[in-house]
Design a protein around this ligand. Sequence first.
Ligand SMILES: C[S@@+](CC[C@H](N)C(=O)[O-])C[C@H]1O[C@@H](n2cnc3c(N)ncnc32)[C@H](O)[C@@H]1O
Length: 253
Amino acid sequence: MPKVKTVRARTPPEGFEEIEPTLKEFEQKMRDAENDPHEGKRRIESVWPIMRIHHQRSRYIYDLYYKREAISKELYDYCLKKKIADANLIAKWKKGLGTKPGNKPQTIKEGGAPYTKNKDENKKGNDDGSRHFGPKFNKDLGQHILKNPLVSQGIVDKAGLKQTDVVLEVGPGTGNLTVKILEQAKKVIACEADPRLAAELVKRVQETEYSRKLEIMNGDVMKQTLPYFDTNIQVCGTDVSEGICVASSSKAW
Ligand SMILES: C[S@@+](CC[C@H](N)C(=O)[O-])C[C@H]1O[C@@H](n2cnc3c(N)ncnc32)[C@H](O)[C@@H]1O
């Protein structure tokens, strides 16, 4: 008698049951976002929340595997294969993983950033034992600093700021763009996730005529209760931007 071929659904790898409740929550949020009425909204406004959840779910898997080392390679691969996590997004984040031994560390060189003023004071050792000036960029936070003042000025000019505007700047870094905004606006609320850079920005502006116009919020913008603002300016290199657009859209956008 010929053998009866049975098709068995592949059971998820071990550990899946631990992440399943969170994945179900994401699934529910995604369904809610998809079913949200779209009337009266621009297409991009309807898509933002969906993209945001898509990013968050991929980030969850990425963090579990690469940062927290909490899931196996098998489970990670399964999540990619089942499109629970977006392989393209993860490839992008992986490129920004911190300094690996042997990689050349990046430093902040831009003029005006206080790191370069006193090189001896700022000398720091790297993971690989080499020396460099200033703190390392945290590429996970998309830290690429605007170096060309003409570019910063161009961004501010394009924003068409009024002297009465309260501007929310997300990710001011060391403040190259912030100082240009401060020249044009009534007030800048700058929200920076990296406390080292926020501290540099404080130092840079204190004792200048702009210090009273600048309010610095320390931390992830997505976790803040944002005060009122008229305009949002951001040069953000991370996946938070869609979320911030959503946060901003309820105000001035
Ligand atoms: C591309 S850099 C831009 C720095 C600065 N705006 C400039 O143009 O020179 C992005 C900045 O956003 C900050 N950042 C990234 N994610 C953030 C978040 N979720 N909340 C607040 N700041 C964030 C980073 O620490 C970094 O300083």
